[in-house]
Ligand binder design. Structure first.
Ligand SMILES: NC(=O)c1ccc[n+]([C@@H]2O[C@H](COP(=O)([O-])OP(=O)(O)OC[C@H]3O[C@@H](n4cnc5c(N)ncnc54)[C@H](O)[C@@H]3O)[C@@H](O)[C@H]2O)c1
Length: 474
């Protein structure tokens, strides 16, 4: 009998009789099927000591994140957008009036325990990089200048064919990709030792790489390791970072649409070594809006004949995405969302003819202050057409920074709870959530939010919330 673990087991829980309320109650027995045993965390190690957050890619998102954490712990800014810092979670019945802050409910590392590190192909410190990115104003970065200057990137693993628009010099050289992985592992161990860290976690904030389809080299751990030794061209930079992190037992989250931790070899390695992974592509800006609006249209059975999205942005990310091969990775990640939420195969009258187009235009004057336009052609009663226009003047890195924080803290928690492999419960944070083979990804932000919070309740031995609510009327 296969023992379901983690989130896959979640769907079984409401049928289970015993409610393991106390943390430490490890395993629940399901009364309907006594053979089915749902594993909950045995115990979650306390978040003692320092947590090192490693960021491969120290550009706009990474430096906005680092600076924001530094400002927040000095009381000079608030971490808006972060569920782990500001969100609450309801426990038990509505009449119980128990809604603690998530940060008090879960044993999470605090901002004071965090140290930052990373890699980049430009040698700029986090201060210089933040100045270059122009996301935060001088008044925000100058007050923490010394702290930011102390965060210096380690040399990158950078084969330029995967990100064609960048030309940096702060890079490692080694005869093979396998040697590159070893060099990264040395960096990780040195960083941990030099900074006195108890644990590490990594969040990929590097550029979007060219589109790569999973091939034979990605099929198994052995094939991948052979490919590393033989410099297989289907192994990109980000995959080498991920491999090195997993080998060092470091949980890895992928903020870009790259393949990075989403192929069979890396799933197997994560399972074998008991390390959590998640991805892909931070859900910010236009896709965030899509996953808020589309579930609403579907819930009300309103039809959609077309959704056209275009953006202008002028940061380094925009420059990289100006390369058609990198754009292809982003496009694939963005396009899947509507199809999966609206299910045209289930609702052909409403969504079968939907035309979905996404454009990203590099426009330097705007820097990180992106502007997105969406036109939705919808229809209602008897097919009468209507339109919705969304003009989102957003700040990409301002939306992405809290996601980096939440992912770092929750992946550290997942590691201490001994979760391993794909962490589907973190879909909430991604444009293109990783999922088990044979499952479709869950894109609807509200389902993702429920899944996230129920997983939090489950891991702490609290009752799951179904939102049924009929007990209040008996
Ligand atoms: N900003 C957002 O809202 C958002 C949303 C979703 C995804 N993302 C993704 O997050 C990533 C970071 O975005 P950003 O706006 O900070 O971009 P950025 O260009 O400012 O930063 C990326 C950094 O990664 C570095 N880099 C590239 N390849 C590297 C390698 N092999 N090793 C080490 N460093 C490397 C670059 O030099 C650059 O400094 C991008 O992939 C982007 O697509 C961003």
């Amino acid at each position: 009998m296969v023992v379901p673990t983690g989130v896959q087991a979640l769907s079984l829980l409401p049928r289970c009789a015993s409610d393991a309320r106390r943390r430490g109650r490890l395993v629940r027995q399901c009364t309907q099927n006594p053979e089915v045993v749902v594993k909950q965390p045995v115990e979650i190690k306390r978040p003692e000591g320092k947590l090192g957050i490693l960021l491969p890619g120290m550009g706009a998102v990474a430096t906005t994140f680092i600076a924001g954490c530094m400002l927040a712990r000095k009381g000079l800014g608030k971490p808006f957008g972060s569920l782990t810092q500001l969100g609450t979670i309801r426990l038990g019945k509505r009449t119980d009036k128990r809604s603690p802050f998530i940060r008090d409910f879960l044993p999470l590392a605090s901002l004071d325990q965090v140290v930052f590190g990373g890699w980049d192909l430009f040698a700029d410190s986090a201060y210089e990089s933040a100045r270059h990115a122009e996301v935060l104003q001088r008044e925000h970065i100058d007050v923490i200048r010394d702290e930011l200057e102390a965060v210096k990137p380690m040399q990158a693993v950078f084969y330029p064919e995967y990100v064609k628009r960048l030309h940096g010099t702060h890079i490692k050289s080694a005869p093979s990709k396998a040697d590159m992985v070893e060099a990264l592992r040395d960096d990780i161990r040195r960083f941990k030792r030099d900074n006195g860290c108890d644990r590490l976690v990594a969040v990929w904030c590097g550029s979007t790489e060219v589109y790569i389809e999973p091939g034979p080299v990605h099929a198994s751990v052995a094939a991948f390791e052979k490919g590393l030794r033989e410099n297989d061209p289907a192994i990109s930079n980000s995959m080498m970072y991920a491999w090195a992190c997993l080998k060092e037992g470091v949980p890895f989250a992928n903020g870009a649409p790259n393949l990075t931790v989403d192929f069979p070899a890396v799933w197997d390695l994560a399972r074998e070594l008991n390390v959590p992974i998640c991805g892909k592509d931070f859900k910010t800006g236009q896709t965030l809006m899509k996953t808020i609006l589309a579930p609403g249209l579907k819930a009300r059975m309103l039809g959609l004949s077309g959704w056209f999205s275009t953006n202008i942005l002028g940061n380094r990310d925009g420059e990289v995405l100006d390369d058609p091969e990198s754009f292809k990775s982003k496009e694939v990640s963005k396009l899947g969302v509507l199809h999966s939420i609206l299910q045209p195969e289930v609702y052909p009258d409403l969504y079968e003819k939907m035309y979905h187009k996404v454009r990203i235009e590099y426009y330097p004057p705007r820097g990180d202050a992106k502007e997105g336009w969406d036109n939705l052609d919808i229809f209602g009663w008897l097919g009468y057409p209507m339109q919705i226009k969304v003009n989102f003047l957003c700040r990409d890195s301002i939306l992405a920074a809290p996601i980096v924080l939440d992912l770092a803290l929750l992946m550290d928690l997942a590691g201490r709870a001994k979760f391993h492999g794909t962490q589907e419960w973190l879909s909430f944070y991604f444009k293109s959530p990783m999922h088990a083979p044979g499952l479709y990804p869950e894109h609807d932000l509200f389902i993702q939010s429920m899944k996230l919070k129920n997983t939090m309740r489950w891991m702490m031995g609290e009752e799951l919330i179904t939102h049924l609510g009929n007990e209040y009327y008996d």
